[in-house]
Design a protein around this ligand. Structure first.
Ligand code: FCB
Length: 449
């Protein structure tokens, strides 16, 4: 591997911080959702999580000791602007300043994501991402965060996985705010991307780099039948093209707007597209698995709450690949495929893998070790894909494992562990797993960068 490659680990504010009412933090949609009975598999919430708000110093030292040189964390909007709009909360900014400084003191480069899903609840009460005004409030908050931290943070991502915010948040309701709005979820896509564009325009400055983290994935048709190929076109449209095309080419895919009955609504937003398509310094790719889809015969009888408005009857097909505990099929070549797809759309654009990892049920041995061979195998395979691409001269600049440590996995609560470090939630003790030990060893063999 060439020197200068970024090797990092990622987390997100609500998943690790806890301390949900410290220093004047306001409530977010995830506080509300997680405290609503029936929404989270194990009935838990992020009130305490990994206590990263108190323990970040120790966590960043641990990250550095693993040989990683970058930390991707997210900034909680409700810590910086507790009610969603208005002035900055100095204590919130100070927390992220101390966190970024701890990174720098440990030789770790901070990569900040401005929105990893914790929308201030008062903004959801005013319509959330279905309300255009939220995009402007996001820009205002982002300016405050950037103004307060841009001397210590030089790498910025606007949004994390806007597909999830729109289609899990406003489509099937699996994520906060838990709404099921059918094709209106596409309005959330536009307002999120508008928020991205407004923010980039307002914060971009010399000497720093700015991007967005998406979750694109290869979408395959189960068979060569016209119906299955059409199903793949539809899902590829919703998952990939609905984000990549406006960002990279300044237009929305016409077929997706037609499938969803949204053509005229989007026509009225066209003036926003130049802002959304403003040049990026990089795209972050969060990759976990590919998807294979089929279209069963017949029309859908009644539209259901879905992540795929207009294509509710398209089903994911089991192709026999091994799966992680999430049920996600494992195919490391899918990472290569999706990076190559994006590279074809934007050949010069630097790419990062901003998340990649796997959930497995860990067990602790009698002497306190975690021998997570399955996770290790997953990470190894995906890192090998990245290293091959770099060796071929592909513009891949970094790899961030998801996650530095076990944490609150959204609607799965604490029942899914993705960390390369084990967290004992009763004591908050951290133990590096075998996957983490392997990564440390692997990184120790890299040329100094
Ligand atoms: C991604 C999220 C991240 C984490 C992983 C497993 O979709 O960005 O917060 O939950 O999945």
């Amino acid at each position: 591997m060439t020197s200068g490659f970024t090797w990092g680990a990622a987390t997100a504010s609500y998943q690790v911080e806890g301390a949900v009412s410290a220093d004047g933090r306001g409530p977010s949609i995830w506080d509300t959702f997680a405290h609503t009975p029936g929404k989270i598999a194990d009935g838990t919430n992020g009130d305490v999580a990994d206590e990263h708000h108190q323990r970040f110093g120790e966590d960043i030292r641990m990250l550095a000791e693993l040989g990683l040189n970058a930390y991707r964390f997210s900034i909680a909007w409700p810590r910086i602007v507790p009610s969603g709009s208005g002035a900055a909360n100095a204590a919130g900014l100070d927390f992220y300043r101390r966190l970024a400084e701890a990174c720098l003191e440990n030789g770790v480069t901070p990569y900040a994501t401005l929105y990893h899903w914790d929308l201030p609840q008062p903004l959801e009460d005013a319509g959330g991402w279905l309300n255009r005004d939220t995009a402007e409030r996001f820009r205002d908050y982002a300016v405050l965060a950037h103004d307060g931290l841009s001397d210590v943070v030089k790498h910025w991502m606007t949004l994390n996985e806007p597909w999830c915010s729109a289609f899990l948040g406003y489509g099937n309701g699996e994520h906060a705010p838990g709404r099921t709005e059918g094709a209106d979820a596409l309005k959330a896509v536009h307002h999120l991307l508008l928020g991205h564009g407004l923010t980039l325009d307002a914060i971009r400055s010399e000497g720093s780099s700015y991007g967005i983290a998406l979750n694109p994935a290869p979408i395959h048709a189960a068979t060569d039948s016209p119906a299955d190929r059409d199903a793949a076109r539809r899902i590829d449209g919703l998952r990939n093209r609905m984000f990549l095309e406006p960002l990279l080419s300044g237009r929305y895919p016409a077929d997706v707007l037609e499938d969803t009955g949204m053509t005229s609504w989007f026509a009225a937003q066209e003036a926003d597209l130049p802002l959304i398509a403003a040049p990026l310094d990089f795209i972050g790719v969060n990759y976990y698995c590919p998807t294979t889809v089929a279209a069963p015969d017949g029309p859908i009888s009644s539209p259901v709450a879905s992540t795929q408005p207009g294509s509710e009857n398209v089903v994911a097909v089991d192709t026999g690949l091994p799966r992680t505990q999430m049920g996600w099929p494992i195919q490391a070549t899918g990472l290569r495929d999706i990076l190559v797809t994006i590279n074809k759309l934007a050949p010069e654009l630097p790419l990062y893998v901003t998340e990649n990892g796997a959930a497995y049920p860990d067990s602790v041995t009698a002497d306190g070790a975690i021998e997570d061979d399955d996770r290790l195998d997953y990470i190894k395979q995906h890192i090998a894909v990245c290293e091959d691409l770099v060796a071929e001269g592909f513009p891949l600049k970094g790899y961030f494992v998801w996650s530095l440590m076990d944490n609150y996995e959204w609607s799965w609560g604490y029942s899914r562990r993705f960390g390369i470090v084990y967290v004992d939630y009763a004591t908050q003790a951290r133990t590096v797993k075998k996957s983490g030990r392997w990564l440390k060893d692997h990184l120790s063999r890299q040329p100094a960068g």
